[in-house]
Design a protein around this ligand. Structure first.
Ligand SMILES: O=C(O)CCC(=O)C(=O)O
Ligand SMILES: [Fe+2]
Length: 399
């Protein structure tokens, strides 16, 4: 007997996710620039509107690498429903999760070459990473890969029962970000680089969002459960997720009231909480788009820490989409011939001399193997393929 969606929801107690109130403590959060996508107009007539948005976007992508999008075409009730489903998916019994693991259950048990819990399809259960002093992480997530492949909906057996019942709406959400929102943002980036609109999409995202795309773009349903106070303060230095930049081109995160996400302020060097903007998504530049733009757009370091006192003790739930360029795209701006980048000396002949020719999969594989590998320690710098950039705080240098 097959259950209806309503019966399945009832079985898993699908209910609205309840966020706490905004904090009343002044922690000097960083309010990101909002890009209002309802102002994005098509055609020759719309060029002025797009130029305006591009000039607002420029100051964000070249400094913090973080911004908000608003009025992007999905209403909040829809996102709240996905959060409700995610809450129940992420709290199914641990034994059930073990049947749908992204990779090993603990980082230490990964075999060389494994894709790892960070990127594999399925659950990364709580406790996968060692954080500090024997304390393990307190984050459950479920990665949903290749939602845009034709046969994604034909393989419900790859997912737990509750997710099976909601596979289409989850795929629709991620595919909308990939096929509608990504091209719009890239066109604004084209305008910043003073190149024809469509250039970034055509050169670096060929086959992107189709059956041929194996770049590993993926969605993530993510639940943070609080540590008890003693563990949190004494053992983990209030750290939930260590500082890193994303591998992606662009990452989309649902904004919610718990202030926990911090980014490294490019001006002061201090970590700052990212402010919540209701009904928005947080979008950040990942390594891939930083490289494609010759380093002009910044993949900033971010981390997740304990929130202000009045928000401690609540679960925090977000939905993420990591959007990648195609595997074979070359991660440098050469083909673009951008006047903006030429003016800044961000070319092979000038500031990018050391950069080796690499394709997206090179970076994805190399960095992917390093994610979350060691206990937290001192901050270190990493250099790969001639690109000397901090990519994962607290990672030992001996690699
Ligand atoms: O929890 C967040 O707000 C961000 C998570 C994150 O940075 C990541 O999963 O890469
Ligand atoms: Fe991240």
């Amino acid at each position: 007997m097959t259950l209806s969606v309503e019966e399945i929801d009832k079985k898993y107690n699908v209910r609205p996710f309840v966020d706490p109130q905004p904090t009343s403590i002044d922690v000097n959060p960083l309010t990101l620039t909002a890009i209002d996508l309802s102002l994005f107009r098509e055609g020759e007539d719309g060029l002025e509107s797009r130029q305006k948005l591009a000039s607002i976007l420029e100051s964000s992508v070249t400094t913090y690498g973080f911004f908000n999008i608003i009025n992007f075409g999905i209403d909040n009730d829809h996102i709240e429903h996905l959060r409700a489903v995610s809450q129940s998916v992420l709290t199914i019994p641990h034994e059930e999760k073990l049947k749908y693991l992204a990779s090993a259950a603990r980082k230490e048990d990964e075999k060389p070459g494994n894709i790892g819990g960070e990127r594999g399809q399925g659950f990364k259960p709580k406790g996968y990473w060692a954080i500090k002093n024997g304390v393990r992480d307190s984050i459950d997530f479920y990665n949903v890969r290749d939602t845009y492949h034709d046969d994604f909906l034909n393989h419900p057996e790859r997912h737990p029962e509750l997710l099976q019942a909601h596979l289409k709406e989850i795929a629709d959400y991620y595919n909308y970000l990939h096929r509608v929102i990504l091209p719009q943002i890239l066109r604004l980036c084209d305008l910043i680089l003073k190149i024809p609109e469509g250039s970034l999409l055509n050169h670096y995202f060929k086959n992107s969002g189709t059956n041929q795309d194996t770049s590993g773009s993926h969605g993530r349903l993510m639940l943070y459960q609080p540590y008890d106070e003693e563990t949190s303060l004494k053992e983990t230095e209030n750290m939930y997720l260590r500082g890193h930049s994303d591998i992606s081109a662009l990452t989309f995160i649902t904004s919610q009231p718990i202030l926990s996400l911090q980014i490294k302020d490019v001006y002061s060097g201090n970590w700052r909480y990212v402010n919540h903007r209701p009904n928005s998504l947080i979008v950040n530049i990942g390594d891939a788009l930083e490289f494609i733009s010759g380093g002009h757009f910044k993949a900033c370091l971010h981390r997740v820490v304990q929130p202000p006192r009045d928000q401690v003790g609540f679960n925090r739930l977000i939905i993420i989409y990591f959007c990648n360029p195609s595997n074979e795209s070359e991660l440098d701006p050469e083909v673009l011939n951008s006047p903006t980048l030429a003016r800044l000396g961000l070319t092979k002949e000038d500031k990018l001399k050391e950069w080796q020719k690499i394709q997206f999969h090179d970076w994805n594989d190399t960095k992917g193997q390093l994610l979350g590998r060691s206990e937290a320690g001192e901050r270190n710098l990493l250099k790969f393929y001639g690109r000397f950039i901090e990519r994962w705080h607290h990672f030992p240098l001996e690699t």
